[in-house]
Design a protein around this ligand. Structure first.
Ligand code: ATP
Length: 233
């Protein structure tokens, strides 16, 4: 579904992605794990088109994505739930969700909203409240639900566990796991390597702008190097 070949990106003169090769097949959950600053967020920003690419190629559902502007990529089926959530704090929960559906004006928007509320019941309780008043976990749920309102075939998910209590992280990872059954392919970027690898089919390890390991998630969890470097075991 998504193929990345030799992807390079830079901030000013500093190159931070040094030729990334990565593949996500339809229906998979693929995770990219790595320490703070490895380049994971930059990778997702290149995929959604908000960060310029300086080399390599991105192919999504058989089409070259590189020349497609960011605002057109959702229409192609690629949605981004960004680092830091980036919700509209002055707007209500419902208004945030409706913005996620900006491409659509059909009756299915209401059904999609019901589905989002079923996925995250707490958002239904708070649908008319300002999103800025939500807890961190609820804001993360809103960011994911808003991305899903765009009816993506592939969701780019940046650090959904960041700063959240373990019980909320478990809930969020459960929902990510469940997206498969809804036909949504997921590329999940995480510092929480254990949590991410537990729900993923395959994983990649990123270190200072390069992919250093890759494999089935179960193999990566069992790998002594990963256990020592990322799982604290
Ligand atoms: P984190 O988990 O903190 O988001 P990450 O793996 O996602 O880390 P990136 O945020 O992609 O890493 O950062 C990769 C490198 O690019 C880091 O060295 C970072 O300092 C640098 N960087 C990120 N954003 C910018 C920016 N806007 N301007 C300059 N350098 C940046």
């Amino acid at each position: 579904m998504l193929t990345i070949e030799g992807l390079r990106s830079r901030y000013g003169r500093i190159e931070v992605l040094h030729g990334i090769d990565l593949r996500v097949d339809s229906g998979e959950i693929v995770t990219v794990v790595g320490a703070n600053g490895a380049g994971k967020t930059t990778l997702l920003r290149c995929l959604s088109g908000v960060q310029p690419v300086t080399g390599g190629a991105i192919t999504f559902r058989g089409e070259t994505l590189t020349p497609v502007p960011a605002y057109r990529r959702l229409r192609r089926g690629l949605a981004h739930s960004p680092e830091g959530r980036q919700i509209f704090t002055n707007l209500s929960v419902e208004e945030n969700l409706r913005l996620g559906a900006f491409l659509f004006s059909d009756a299915r928007v209401e059904k999609d909203m019901d589905d989002a509320f079923q996925m995250f019941p707490v958002l239904k309780q708070k649908r008319n409240l300002a999103a800025g008043g939500l807890s961190g976990g609820q804001q993360q749920m809103l960011a994911m639900a808003r991305a899903l309102m765009g009816r993506p075939s592939c969701l780019l998910l940046d650090e959904p566990s960041m700063g959240l209590a373990p019980i909320i992280v478990a809930q969020i990872f459960d929902v990510v796991s469940g997206l498969k059954a809804l036909g949504v392919t997921v590329l999940l970027v995480e510092q929480n390597a254990f949590g991410a690898l537990k729900i993923a089919d395959r994983g990649y390890v990123m270190e200072t702008g390069c992919i250093t390991m890759q494999g089935d998630a179960s193999e990566l969890i069992a790998d002594p190097r990963i256990r020592a470097a990322y799982l604290g075991i």
